[in-house]
Design a protein around this ligand. Sequence first.
Ligand SMILES: Cc1ncc(COP(=O)(O)O)c(C=O)c1O
Length: 387
Amino acid sequence: MIKLTKNSFYREEETKKALCEFIMNAKQLSLGAQCAEFEEKFAKWQKRAYCVFFNSGSSANLALIQALINQGKIKVGDKAAFSAITWPTNIMPFIQLGIKPVPVDIELETLNISLKKVQEAYDREPFSLLFITNLLGFCDNIDEIAKFCKEKNILFLEDNCEALGSEYKGVKLGNYSHASTFSTFVGHHMSTIEGGMVCTDDKELARELRMVRSHGWDRHLPTEDQIMLRKKYHVPSFYDKYTFYDLAYNIRPTEIQGFLGIYQLAYLDEIVRKREKNYTCLSALYEKNPDFQKIKVLTGKNSNFAFPIVCSNKAIQQKYIDICNKEGIEVRPIVGGSMTEQPFYKKYVPGSYSLPNAKQVNDLGFYFANNAEMTDKEIEFIIKKLS
Ligand SMILES: Cc1ncc(COP(=O)(O)O)c(C=O)c1O
């Protein structure tokens, strides 16, 4: 079987051995020095000033929206636009926290939202926040989208959970916006079993995120933030660590995840190179098989998440899903499909939108593996069976 995810970690055996050794010698396994070191190293790798580590990418998304509400940057009742094809926990925080979601259709050529689609959505229903998803490691003209958001005073965020390492016009995806989120769940580019991050250059947002991550309390904040807040709220010293400043959760990672983050980060450039190379080889399929719609890749460095196929009708899609099932090539729908088609969305968000491209990808698409440990033989096999 050519599975979507081959192992729990890149270089699994040595990672597991190192993890066992770490656990045997560790004095602390709850949030501590390993997580802090990983945050520092990841921020440097991503070329952002701050990184805050969470227990999942979904928690990173939730924390980001909660932190922006706590800061007063968005408020209950505001409208927030999102890429129609994404993962549900990209938009669930909006519904959970009283923000109205506004879907933006994708481009069939890139599977991502473009400036044109953002403008169309804005003309239909103006919004004050855009949380874009860099789907499958690709993007459309994200620099133009960032410019538009600046002009219209729209707070721009990126869900980069599927695009770790991709670059557009020499800039890493995840760096076009005010803040971006990442996932290190097994099967993503880099695994810490479960895990996620928010990156930003905004110091105050980073502080708010650390608060939201951990009970809203003083205890897990950097010393300079503790001093500032204790002074601001006139906190007596006996109560200082147990002062709770704002609405929060407990969505902390553990030192196990911190250790794994540091360990796997050392392989990240190699992982990105392999995913890019695999994608280049697999894209021969678009040339060989006229049944498959060709995807236009605009990213200069393409850290592809999984290989997408979009067909022109249901019979063709079924034909290739059947071939994959018979030949042992694991397939699944493209990410979470079109969000407005999902039961949770219909339950909580009234109204309907015409999103023909997202619907087509939802109804006629599927994807199979691209991971850093795929062999040339597996790639050749897939090309042979699907050509
Ligand atoms: C675009 C996107 N956002 C968020 C997530 C959630 O990440 P996690 O599984 O770490 O909660 C995913 C997961 O696949 C995703 O693809």
